[in-house]
Design a protein around this ligand. Structure first.
Ligand code: FMN
Length: 170
């Protein structure tokens, strides 16, 4: 059974995780979302890697997913927030909902997120657009500093284990 791994990545974090996921799968094709087919009927599992953009999967992933039908999907991705935060949970729910109109026949098997370093330019832009709106509290500083170390080898292993678990559900 073949797996299609589709990823979207602006600064490379999600691509790194997608490469690790693809490495762990015996029969797999890895494609960037810009090249990804929407006809996925030949794949037993479609693993979708996105980066979180303002609380939801990034726009390229959303656009591509809108055309996907009759797929068994597993979502993985990266974000700046803590992976066990409410924010991360909401992002995963949002991703899963994107695929789930009953008429499209998709089945979502699960979602998994890890941290990914945040582009420093984004932090500058946020501060310029809304000065003081996101103060650099000790909690925020710690979160950004931790994100800067990810995705790391443990994250890549975590993503590989997640996908193996998802394959068992197919
Ligand atoms: C425009 C923009 C919006 C973002 N929005 C969020 C967000 O809502 N929540 C979050 O936790 N991280 C957010 N991030 C951080 C990214 O999701 C994170 O750095 C991710 O690992 C980037 O992945 P990539 O390197 O594959 O592009 C945002 C980053 C950018 C550039």
């Amino acid at each position: 059974m073949k797996t299609l791994v589709v990823y979207s990545s602006r600064t490379g974090n999600t691509k790194k995780v997608a490469l690790a996921v693809a490495e762990a799968l015996p029969e797999c094709e890895l494609v960037a979302v810009e090249e990804a087919p929407t006809d996925v009927k030949e794949y037993g599992l479609v693993a979708v890697g996105y980066w979180v953009d303002r609380g939801m999967p990034d726009g390229k992933t959303r656009d591509w997913l809108a055309g996907v039908k009759n797929a068994r999907l597993a979502f993985f991705g990266t974000l700046g927030a803590w992976p066990d935060s409410e924010h991360a949970k909401e992002c995963m729910v949002c991703g899963e909902k994107l695929a789930l109109e009953p008429s499209r026949g998709n089945v979502t098997l699960g979602s998994w997120l890890c941290q990914g370093k945040v582009d420093p330019k984004l932090l500058e832009v946020m501060e310029k657009m809304a000065p003081g709106a996101h103060p650099m509290t000790p909690e925020r500083k710690a979160r950004i500093e931790e994100a800067a170390k990810h995705p790391d080898d443990d994250d890549c292993r975590g993503a590989q284990e997640f996908i193996r678990r998802m394959l068992e559900r197919v």
